[in-house]
Design a protein around this ligand. Structure first.
Ligand code: ADP
Length: 293
């Protein structure tokens, strides 16, 4: 029959089914393990500032009760720890919301150039505090992107925020907007998506964020978008990071049938590039492979 598998694909249809099932079980086990790790990591991240808060509350109610100096210092630390918990909870909520609608198609057409300008305006003060200037180039006449404005805002907020955090003081962060063909792309998980052999090239845009910072060693790159993966956890925490920013970016970009690429050179800096298909082309874009978790 026309549906019969050729012999070199594994012989009898029954055998092929068995192999597929085994793969599925492995994938389910892996995703269960990742979910368990995620819950453990999230709990740990929340427990640390929480224990600090409880410790300081006890001290303030006990030994430091009448020490005005200590009270001011402790309250400042408590405020910082509460802020850290609040950022973490916000990021966890974002992730879970994104996960819920990851397999739906975003509606609405977004002018990414305007959106990037407003993100830059939002982050200019933070950049100035590190004597960093943000330069935006390109962006005229770009096609609109079919996308969720709030989610795309989060993408560029996280990327530009990272560039400011990890960039060296007194340097420039450059955001470049260009028209580009969005190629049929491998999924962010590394599983190659189906290619459309003779399909039309997908027109889209490309936004890159370049910093002059420490850069990221090659070995870290494949894991950088995993939840809670950090090159230097202590440094990330000191800078107010949650370790979830790039995971959020990856999920949103996947939902928009886009692609995130990272180029980095240790000692020089990094470029994070987001490719997004243009609005009227989004339907024809190649679907992404299933996200991990
Ligand atoms: P975080 O909240 O820790 O910044 P992210 O998910 O945004 O979490 O990023 C994960 C890790 O990737 C960071 O902890 C940092 O080690 C690394 N990283 C992200 N962006 C950059 C950058 N622009 N330059 C150097 N390292 C970066």
């Amino acid at each position: 029959t026309p549906f019969r598998q050729p012999a070199e694909d594994g012989g009898e249809d029954g055998e092929i089914t068995a192999i597929v099932t085994l793969h599925d079980i492995t994938a389910i086990k892996r995703s269960e393990q990742m979910r368990a790790d995620f819950v453990a990591n999230a709990s740990h991240e929340l427990r640390t500032p929480l224990s600090t808060l409880v410790g300081f509350i006890e001290t303030l109610r006990g030994p430091a009760r009448d020490d005005a100096d200590a009270r001011d210092r402790f309250l400042a630390i408590m405020q910082e720890q509460a802020g850290r918990m609040s950022r973490l909870v916000m990021d966890l909520l974002s992730l879970s919301r994104i996960e819920l609608d990851e397999h739906t198609h975003p509606t609405g057409e977004t002018n990414v150039a305007a959106l990037v300008q407003s993100v830059v305006a939002m982050l200019e003060l933070k950049a100035a505090a590190r004597k960093i200037t943000i330069k935006v180039q390109g962006g005229e006449g770009l096609p609109r992107v079919q996308g969720d404005e709030d989610q795309l805002t989060q993408v560029f907020q996280n990327l530009i925020d990272n560039a400011i955090k990890y960039g060296r003081e007194q340097t420039e962060v450059v955001v470049t907007l260009e028209r580009a063909d969005a190629p049929p792309m491998p999924g962010a998980t590394g599983i190659r998506a189906r290619q459309v052999p003779h399909g039309p090239r997908i027109q889209g845009i490309k936004v890159s964020v370049t910093d002059k910072g420490d850069g990221i060693a090659r070995t870290h790159l494949p894991r950088l978008t995993e939840r809670f993966y950090r090159v230097d956890a202590a440094r990330s925490r000191a800078l107010g990071g949650t370790g979830l920013g790039l995971a959020i970016v990856k999920h949103i970009v996947n939902r928009h049938r886009g692609r995130l690429t990272i180029d980095s050179e240790v000692g020089k800096g990094s470029t994070f590039t987001v490719h997004l298909p243009a609005a009227d082309k989004a339907e024809k874009a190649v679907p992404q492979s299933a996200p991990n978790l």
